[in-house]
Design a protein around this ligand. Structure first.
Ligand code: NDP
Ligand code: 1BO
Length: 316
């Protein structure tokens, strides 16, 4: 049976596909084909970011599939993200416009603040000090960045806005602003070892959709590994469910999010995996299997962006 997309809804009612293709660390020479394969399989949601430095190639993949008639612009949901060195009020719109140009799009479906911290804007996109830590601009408050994001909606450049990597109190501060445009989405690391129950509960209360990043445990994530680091796709509980069902552990991890109503964006540049991951839309985990995955939660964060730990507003 061919898989077909499932959707959640953004606050304004726009359809938001529960499964999307991640593109962080997708090599420039591979990501165009990955996007094309994904769209051919049925994906209608692509997750990009300015800092991934591959938006242009992502855009080429999108363009090919629009030109050959596989999709129309309105069939596709594209997310991208504002980088931290573009948080000043006069830098937000240019960064957004650059992403639009890179992607070849005249609007973005969902534009996210990538992190709550800000970086200085005169030393490149990754300004590192002698201590190897990122150089922040502590004069910028993410609440003001949010206000700049709202003006992008007013101008029609983006359809919805949201945040990534904000903690509970940071989300609450944005919610406490006089109502203008809603927080449409929170994108955070999320998988059975880091279920994010509190954040999801808060988001549910305020109608904010949640996207799970690194849903497969991000095996390519940068940083030093120790032998005790968990390998999510090799977890025994996940393996047992996969074996019993005749699916892959990646499919179990993707399906777990879909059944929680959480949007999920596994990254792959491998055609067979892109297809396989999409087929997670095709089966259902039982109540007992879901409970076994829920019971794995131990607040284990795999990505903590260590070189930003000394910055004001570091969220974790
Ligand atoms: P994932 O958890 O999605 O894991 C991706 C890795 O798993 C790649 O190495 C990929 O290999 C491999 N893989 C994919 N499918 C399968 C499969 N079926 N079987 C075995 N291996 C598989 O990691 P990411 O950290 O990339 O997270 C996903 C996306 O979330 C990112 O790409 C990005 O779009 C977003 N993200 C956002 C962040 C934020 O701060 N907002 C932070 C981190 C991620 P291969 O490609 O070689 O097939
Ligand atoms: C620093 C970028 C993390 C992936 O979104």
């Amino acid at each position: 049976m061919a898989a077909s997309n499932l959707f959640t809804a953004l606050p304004g009612g726009a359809k938001f596909p529960l499964l999307g293709l991640g593109t962080w660390q997708s090599e420039k020479g591979k990501v165009r084909a990955a996007v094309e394969t994904a769209i051919e399989c049925g994906y209608r949601h692509i997750d990009a970011a300015y800092i991934y430095s591959n938006e242009k190639e992502v855009g080429e993949g999108i363009k090919t599939k629009m030109t050959d008639g596989t999709i129309k612009r309105e069939d596709l949901f594209v997310t991208t993200k504002l980088w931290l060195s573009s948080h000043k009020p006069d830098k937000v719109e240019p960064c957004c416009r650059e992403s639009m140009k890179n992607l070849g799009l005249d609007y973005i479906d969902l534009y996210l603040i990538h992190w709550p911290m800000s970086l200085v804007d005169d030393k490149g996109v990754f300004p590192l000090g002698d201590d190897g830590m990122l150089i922040g601009d502590d004069s910028i408050d993410y609440v003001d960045v949010w206000k700049s994001m709202e003006s992008l909606v007013d101008k029609g450049l983006v359809r919805a806005i949201g945040v990534c990597n904000f903690n509970l109190s940071q989300i609450q501060r944005v919610l406490d602003l006089p109502p203008r445009h809603p927080i449409a989405n929170l994108q955070v690391e999320c998988h059975p070892l880091l279920a994010q129950n509190e954040l999801i509960e808060l988001c549910k209360k305020y109608g904010i959709t949640v996207t799970a990043y690194s849903p497969l445990g991000s095996p390519e994530r940068p940083g030093i590994r120790t032998p005790t680091d968990p390998v999510l796709m090799d977890d025994k509980v996940v393996l047992d469910i996969a074996k019993k069902r005749g699916v892959s552990t990646a499919q179990v991890l993707i399906r777990y999010q879909i059944q929680r109503g959480v949007v999920v964006i596994p990254k792959s540049v491998t055609s067979s995996r892109i297809q396989q991951n999409f087929e997670a839309l095709n089966f259902e985990l039982s109540k007992e299997e879901m409970q076994a995955l829920i019971d794995l939660n131990r607040n284990c964060r795999l990505l903590d962006f260590p070189m930003s730990k000394s910055l004001k507003y570091y969220p974790f």
